[in-house]
Design a protein around this ligand. Structure first.
Ligand SMILES: [Mn+2]
Length: 365
């Protein structure tokens, strides 16, 4: 039934109270939550990891998992931040909703007896899971990796548009009371991850969305989705737009030095709006770390595979259908090195998508 349009004409009718009564159909109870939780019984404290520079889907899923396990078991969960929350919307989400994050380098994993990761998986290279420790919980919607199959609580559903959808189903299955911050976090995550249910969203996302709707504080939501930003934000956008190059239906941007890693994803999202773009590749360096972000039109829904081929063994890559990200392992320090690396990545991508070497022109002017 995932992907079914059966209810679509009915879903928008009725009162808000009716919407909250959407029956727990679809994937709810598809995963056997009881035995999974029982495997954590007897543990005292759980670390919940996300990818290092977490997006709303990762943040909301981790926030939800903390609520779930602390509701069901005598366990204390801690959300671990491996990198930084950079994007203004994401920072507003964390601050406005009070999502409790602890920096990875401020805690000792040896003092915790259980490990979880959401919206990512072991050995992806984009998270700070302590090496050599078995992971107890993996909940994700990216393609399953070989390293994950041993995990006792393993729930990976690549067919879904968001990890938060799985978390909503868990919370509903156990009748965990949802307060406003958690409901608003999960709702914002569904919106952000699927671009208002328009990108890779399934019926399961729509059901979760309707369930959360009456519980959301829309004033808080507005403060998250329309955040105030510093002047530097516009300076970065100005530089990005001026350096955007058009190569056929690819827009490629070398942002140079960036204030936070998420900026490459933010600009890639922005530029995909251009009517001539089917692919957008945006690159930038946070310190000497070279980050890449790729976006594609839904008709070219292979961004994850393209990013893995583009980076191959030279870095960490992740993503799915129309969005993917990556980072190179080798430090890239100078402007000249950044330009050379960028040129190489653009050339490789053009080859991968069979475009040869089209003429390059600036997007603006
Ligand atoms: Mn996700």
């Amino acid at each position: 039934m995932p992907g079914s349009e059966r209810r679509s004409s009915d879903d928008t009718t009725g009162s808000v109270a009716d919407l909250a009564q959407v029956p727990p159909e679809l994937n709810v109870f598809e995963f056997d939550l009881g035995p999974a939780l029982e495997r954590l019984r007897g543990r005292r404290n759980l670390l919940i990891y996300m990818h290092d520079n977490p997006d709303p889907d990762a943040l909301a899923s981790a926030f939800g998992l903390k609520r779930l396990v602390e509701h069901a078991l005598p366990i204390k969960a801690t959300l671990v931040l491996g990198g930084i929350v950079g994007r203004a919307e994401n920072r507003a989400m964390v601050e406005t909703l009070g999502i409790p994050l602890v920096a990875a380098d401020a805690l000792d994993p040896a003092a915790y007896d259980a490990l979880a990761i959401v919206d990512s998986q072991p050995e992806t290279g984009n998270n700070s899971l302590p090496p050599g420790r078995p992971v107890d919980v993996v909940i994700d919607h990216h393609p399953t990796r070989d390293e994950s199959v041993q995990v006792p609580w393993l729930d990976i559903r690549p067919e879904l548009g968001a990890t938060s959808t799985i978390m909503v189903e868990y919370l509903r299955a156990l009748n965990v009371p949802l307060d406003t911050p958690l409901a608003t976090a999960l709702f914002y995550a569904l919106r952000a991850e699927t671009r208002d249910l328009g990108r890779e969203a399934t019926h399961a996302e729509r059901v979760a969305y309707l369930f959360l709707f009456p519980l959301v504080d829309f004033h808080l939501l507005s403060r998250i989705s329309q955040p105030k930003v510093p002047r530097e934000h516009f300076a970065a956008l100005d530089r990005a737009l001026r350096s955007a190059q058009v190569l056929g239906d690819l827009v490629a941007v070398n942002m140079g030095s960036i204030a936070y890693p998420d900026l490459v994803a933010e600009v890639a999202d922005l530029l995909l709006a251009w009517e001539g773009a089917r692919f957008v590749l945006c690159c930038g360096c946070y310190g000497d770390r070279f980050y890449l972000s790729l976006r594609t039109e839904p008709s070219e829904s292979r961004a994850g595979a393209l990013m893995r081929q583009l980076i191959s063994s030279e870095g960490a890559a992740g993503g799915h259908g129309t969005m993917a990200g990556g980072r190179l392992f080798c430090p890239v320090a100078t402007d000249a090195e950044r330009q050379a690396t960028f040129d190489q990545m653009v050339k490789r991508l053009l080859n991968l998508i069979g475009r040869g070497s089209p003429p390059s022109s600036p997007l603006i002017g």
